[in-house]
Design a protein around this ligand. Structure first.
Ligand code: BV8
Length: 241
């Protein structure tokens, strides 16, 4: 890693690997050898607008199962360490997560941006309102705002524009350090952030169980479990050695 004490502004990108040790299935490598999410369902069928139009019940069942599952899980040491960093880091810090679980927030992190939406929100395609949502959508409950039965998961599907891209690019413009944690680097535009950050002069660090598809773009890659690597890195960046 470069000169640590010139690090002011940090952008952290997290993916499913940061929630793996909390028992939440990743997309491409099932936790403890179980089938990964995409092995259980074709992406086209459950994570695209076309799939939702084709078979809304299948998509609702897929997301209802995951929305319920995350409410039974707990943040792990990686989430806790990032929340600690967020609490004490006085310069800019932004946790851009691809994850739709709420474990960063439940660990206490505040500066979190869900670029792919959130399980615990529903979006009304009739009145465009967003509502906090913990229950099932399978039974077509009425929108709390307009009462129409047009709610969908507030999750960004393939072919849909991720949220708050302007805010993310502004943070990358400013970043001295870009850290990617627990992501395979398979999905764009998130997978392209490391190149943006590096081109803009940031140091780039990858913490992952295995090299991601973008590993060559990182100044440094540390391989291991997020639950081990992230607390160690946070201690290092806070000067705890
Ligand atoms: C868009 C929400 C444009 C849903 C998700 C061809 C080339 C390039 C791009 C494309 C292309 N064809 C299509 C595209 C675009 C497409 C894309 O990138 N496709 C890929 C498959 C090629 N992207 C999109 O469609 C995006 N939108 O481009 O819009 C546009 C422009 C104008 C106007 C309108 C639109 C939208 C993509 C968002 C899709 N939604 N999630 C849901 O959650 O159900 S994607 C989903 O998969 C995740 O959110 C995440 O983003 C992505 C990848 O998952 P990861 O988080 O990386 O998880 P994964 O399982 O893959 O990897 C886990 C990693 O953790 C592994 O490396 C593993 O080793 C590691 N790990 C495991 N355990 C641990 C660990 N690490 C540490 N510790 C551990 N314990």
């Amino acid at each position: 890693m470069g000169d640590m004490n010139r690090i002011r502004n940090i952008v952290i990108l997290t993916g499913a690997g940061v929630s793996a040790e909390s028992g939440i299935d990743t997309f491409r490598a099932g936790t403890d050898g179980g089938p990964s999410l995409w092995e259980q369902h074709r992406i086209e069928d459950v994570a695209t607008p076309e799939g939702f139009v084709r078979d809304p019940d299948l998509v609702h069942r897929f997301y209802d199962m995951r929305r319920a599952a995350i409410q039974q899980k707990q943040p792990n040491a990686a989430h806790m360490a990032l929340a600690r960093l967020d609490a004490v880091w006085t310069d800019n810090l932004l946790i851009v997560t691809q994850n739709v679980d709420d474990l960063h927030e439940r660990a206490g992190a505040r500066r979190v941006l869900h670029m792919h939406g959130e399980h615990l929100k529903a979006w009304c395609t009739a009145c465009r309102s967003r509502s906090a949502w913990r229950e099932a959508l399978f039974g077509r409950p009425p929108c709390p705002v307009c009462q129409s039965r047009s709610l969908r998961p507030d999750v960004v599907w393939f072919g849909e524009m991720p949220y708050e891209m302007d805010r993310i690019h502004a943070a990358l413009l400013d970043a001295d350090l870009f850290v990617s944690i627990g992501t395979s680097g398979a999905v764009y535009p998130a997978a392209g952030f490391v190149r943006n950050a590096r081109d803009l002069g940031a140091q780039t660090l990858e913490l992952n169980l295995e090299p991601s598809q973008g590993s060559a773009m990182f100044h440094e890659t540390r391989l291991g479990k997020a639950g081990d690597l992230v607390p160690a890195w946070v201690a290092e960046i806070l000067g705890g050695g």
